[in-house]
Design a protein around this ligand. Structure first.
Ligand SMILES: [Zn+2]
Length: 253
């Protein structure tokens, strides 16, 4: 599908959802207040114990680019899935060009327009102000997808929100828009707050079938160096690396 057609398709899809959005946004606050946030899990469906596989996924939330990770992946031809925000794309043109030049390695997916939690209601995951309304969730999701299409020329298939926590009605909305939810099964860096030694241990602790979430936007933190060391250990143990689009996945929430 060409870019123009893709944009028309996205607009049509959005317009078709507007009546449902009107209903969703009209829900009384009290009805949403009890919504518990959920953290979707994602794993590779088919076990491969003889030649273990993991999916490396990296979030580029805001900020800069961790070239320790991106350079290592490119030098070693390691495939990975990149969840990019519109804001990060706008602020990192050189890294975007580098990723695009290595598009055979990387899958590009949607991390939102402005790194806002996909939560309808007032709950604040990790204290972060959420999108709040269904319309704002759609704006965040489709805004991020628009940036991916513009910068990288592909239509994202997955959406992962800012905190990996969602309200259930937001999850229904996102899947209704046609996206798969980018859950994960193992945190590789505790939101880039881990020490290098901790991140190394977390990543190296992956088992066959894990979907690992780490960050590629924190070049000044120690965690990124540990993530690279963890990947090296997995390589030494014969692990192979797949992108989300390459394998069957089981998603639960
Ligand atoms: Zn993020």
């Amino acid at each position: 599908m060409c870019l123009v057609c893709a944009e028309r398709f996205a607009r049509r899809r959005l317009l078709s959802l507007l009546p449902a959005l009107a209903v969703a946004t009209a829900l009384p606050t009290a009805a949403l207040a009890e919504t518990a946030l959920v953290e979707p899990k994602l794993r590779i469906s088919t076990p491969s114990p003889g030649s273990p596989r993991v999916a490396l996924t990296f979030d580029a939330c805001t900020g800069q680019t961790d070239m320790r990770i991106l350079g290592f992946l490119i030098e070693n031809r390691i495939p990975a899935t990149m969840f990019l925000t519109g804001r990060w794309i706008a602020n990192n043109p050189e890294a975007v060009a580098l990723m695009r030049a290595n598009a055979d390695l990387f899958e590009f997916e949607d991390h939102g327009a402005n790194h806002v939690p996909a939560v309808i209601g007032s709950e604040k995951p990790y204290g972060i102000t959420p999108a709040g309304t269904a319309a704002a969730v759609v704006e965040e999701v489709e805004g991020g997808a628009f940036s991916i299409r513009q910068a990288l020329g592909v239509n994202p298939q997955f959406y992962r929100d800012a905190t990996a926590l969602y309200s259930r009605d937001a999850l229904d909305l996102i899947t209704g828009l046609g996206y798969r939810v980018g859950g994960y099964s193992l945190s590789g860096d505790w939101g880039a707050t881990a020490s290098a030694a901790q991140a190394k241990g977390l990543v190296a602790g992956a088992g066959d079938g894990d979907v690992i979430l780490s960050h590629i936007n924190q070049p000044t933190r120690d965690a990124g160096a540990g993530v690279v060391e963890g990947i090296k250990l997995l390589m030494d143990r014969g692990y192979t690396f797949v992108r989300l689009q390459d394998v069957e996945l089981t998603s639960t929430w």
